[in-house]
Design a protein around this ligand. Sequence first.
Ligand SMILES: C[S@@+](CC[C@H](N)C(=O)[O-])C[C@H]1O[C@@H](n2cnc3c(N)ncnc32)[C@H](O)[C@@H]1O
Length: 341
Amino acid sequence: MDDLADVRDFYRDFADREAKGESLTFQRWAAGVAQDPEVLELLSGLPVPKRQPNLVFAAARWHGAVTSADPDYADLRTVLLEDWPAVRETILARSTQTNEVGRCATLLPVLAGLEGPLALVEVGASAGLCLHPDRWSYRYVDATGAQVARLDPAGGASPVVLDCTVRGPLPLPAAIPEIVHRGGVDLNPLDLASGDTADWLQTLVWPEHEDRRARLAAACRVVAGHPVDIIRGDLLTGLDEAVARAREAAPEATVVIFHSAVIAYLDEGGRDRWPGIVGAVVQQVRDDGGRAHWISNEGARVLPSVSATAGCAQTGPDFCLALDARALGWSHAHGRHLTWC
Ligand SMILES: C[S@@+](CC[C@H](N)C(=O)[O-])C[C@H]1O[C@@H](n2cnc3c(N)ncnc32)[C@H](O)[C@@H]1O
């Protein structure tokens, strides 16, 4: 396998498929990297999971690569070549743990359809922002932009308002469900109160996505003082313990195991095993007389057996949103829209 060619193709693909239409900076940067043998050489010296554009670009920005309305590949190149030891250290020390609170807008219609109260168990929770769906306001609009539903937390409107355009026969949530437990598991749970964690999360948000950055900052303020119970560990082995804690903390609640933008990080063997593992845990809770469900919100190719159950065609590069291994629809990766099948 030719490492250099692999990295080149990876960046070219990222520029054309992922960054295009989302971030002009990342589109130009990735296209620039794909044509730059000197930079490709540096990147191909990294461990494979560390070569991804999201991580490399965030590390470069962390070390001063500037972004502008008319982005220039030279700004990235200079930092990578002149400051490589420091950038490399950041790439190796940190990872892409983007915590996207907007995903709650596409999860809410599924959560609201379950019998409450809910005990949430998020695998790959990052800093746990998606464990607080009851602390945000939601504004659902149809394709014409007309509001079709507005929901606020019990205590009143939240400073974090999630906008989501909906299509298809979506069961609009009538109310925000009651959450009585917030836990999960992550390889590296992030504590928003510690050091520069919140700054790193801000840097992971793509340059042009100012609205997401502002929302992230507001969400961090809202959850301050509301700790969550995230176990440090691998989801393949840590799920049992996280669910046991949920059952102990809230025995009468419905356990909801969920994840978004996580399973792609597993190797192929892990991805193949995951539906069986989570299915067995759900069944165990039910056999014990409890209620449990599994919600997945992942790229279409990540859990192919789940995506294959979709009753309508994938919309663009959207995620497959599913309940108990049955696809319900297609959701924008950051929660901007949802198509219900
Ligand atoms: C892109 S972030 C998504 C965070 C959150 N689910 C969200 O939607 O905002 C992926 C998270 O999955 C975690 N992760 C990746 N592989 C994992 C594994 N094998 N076990 C547990 N967590 C994992 C990472 O540490 C990271 O925090």
